[in-house]
Design a protein around this ligand. Structure first.
Ligand code: SF4
Ligand code: SF4
Length: 396
């Protein structure tokens, strides 16, 4: 069952240069009139494909690069999907009042990267620039004041994990009404295996985070509704930290209890059904405005299960993509749509995990409604019930 259409566009264009970013950036170029209308036409084409082939889709995600480098494409996206919950993944530095006005009052939310409320926590993103942090903080306030749901993407790493409890306290004290209204969400995550060094937490930090989640997490209005996500995240960080210690010959530095609990690798009992409920369209570089080629994956979050390269302007190519999605890939064979473990399970825990746990029934619909205004939408409620009927009890 497909619930999410994931679209990447203009991937090599961003105004930041985060130290942990894997994209090979190009200088920002002005989008030509032809490029703008080509991108709009291709998004409409995806809208038609979603309506015809994946009618159960309720979420659409768009990310780059930085989407607001090309706000005209964001506008076309919103025009194409007025009835879906559209998520735009952004670094938040280029959002202006006119963009907020277009997002307000519709099914759309921003997934905005923010690694904490301090300069230190955001060092890999903003460097020493206090102005960038202040701009994103002001934008967050403006978004919430306008009623635009905002999900903060906080990537935990060695530099910011100790400050996470203070970040939660800061958000809780500053935006209590937005949290209560389901407008502000914080499904923290951890990226463990990107090519670049991302400062994996030490075992002491990982244990402190677990202790925080277990003791203070249930009292926090930001954490409690999706507490199972945080428990899984804490265990994931400990397991992958143990793996990193082992791989770098520092196994002796691990407390014996952790050494015994995670003897081999980063594995622990968990599931991820994301590959089953998403379909993806990755227009690399500027292909959405250029030649219209796109790549698809069994799971586009980390590029697992290559489904090949297609051409959105050619009907036969789109039909071949549809066929590939149905047939599955060696990583995610159609014969075992939910019963096969993702080969990256030990190394990947993305923010979508929180929603995956809602779809899997690990987090109840009632809690999801408390957490996010999106889940108060009857259409999303129906999707959750269908997903829970399909995935509940299938966890590893
Ligand atoms: S904001 Fe995102 S796309 Fe831009 S440099 Fe940072 S991680 Fe890369
Ligand atoms: S573990 Fe990561 S790569 Fe694997 S299906 Fe889940 S989100 Fe995708």
């Amino acid at each position: 069952m497909k619930l999410l259409a994931e679209i990447l566009g203009m991937t090599n264009f961003c105004n930041l240069r985060c130290t942990y970013c894997d994209w090979k950036m190009r200088p920002i170029e002005r989008l030509s009139d032809e490029g703008r209308s080509a991108a709009a036409a291709r998004l409409r084409r995806i809208g038609d494909i979603v309506a015809a082939d994946y009618p159960s889709v309720v979420f659409v995600e768009y990310s780059g690069g930085e989407p607001f480098v090309y706000p005209a494409i964001v506008e076309s996206l919103l025009d194409t999907f007025p009835d879906h919950w559209v998520r735009i993944s952004t670094n938040g530095t280029l959002i202006r009042p006119q963009h907020i006005a277009k997002l307000a009052g519709r099914k759309a939310y921003l997934a905005m990267s923010l690694d904490g409320h301090t300069q230190r926590a955001n060092l890999p993103r903003f460097g020493e620039s206090a102005a960038l942090l202040a701009r994103v903080s002001d934008t967050l306030s403006a978004l919430l004041a306008a009623g635009v749901p905002t999900m903060l993407l906080c990537t935990l790493n060695q530099a910011n994990i100790d400050g996470f409890p203070a970040f939660v306290d800061h958000l809780s004290a500053t935006y209590p009404a937005a949290i209560r209204d389901g407008l502000l969400m914080l499904p923290a995550h951890c990226v463990s295996e990107y090519e670049k060094e991302n400062g994996k937490p030490t075992i002491t930090q990982a244990y402190s985070f677990l202790t925080y989640v277990l003791t203070r997490g249930p009292e926090s209005p930001l954490i409690a509704p999706i507490w199972p996500h945080y428990v899984r995240l804490a265990e994931f960080i400990i397991a992958t930290t143990c793996k990193a210690y082992r791989e770098s010959g520092r196994e002796d530095a691990l407390p014996p209890a952790w050494r015994a609990r995670y003897p081999q690798n980063g594995s622990f009992a968990r599931s991820c059904f994301l590959h089953d409920w998403q379909v993806c369209f990755h227009f690399l570089d500027d292909a959405i405005a250029g030649d219209g080629s796109y790549r698809s994956w069994g799971c586009g979050m980390r590029g697992v299960g290559d489904l090949g390269l297609y051409q959105i302007d050619k009907k036969e190519s789109v039909a071949a993509h549809r066929q590939s999605v149905r047939a599955g890939s060696p990583s995610f064979p159609a014969a075992h749509p939910t019963g096969r473990k993702c080969p990256l399970l030990e190394d990947c825990l993305v923010d979508w995990n929180a929603i995956d746990m809602i779809f899997a029934g690990d987090i109840t619909l009632e809690s999801a409604r408390e957490w996010s205004v999106m889940f108060r939408d009857p259409a999303i409620g129906d999707a959750v019930r269908l997903a829970q009927a399909e995935y509940s009890g299938q966890a590893a």
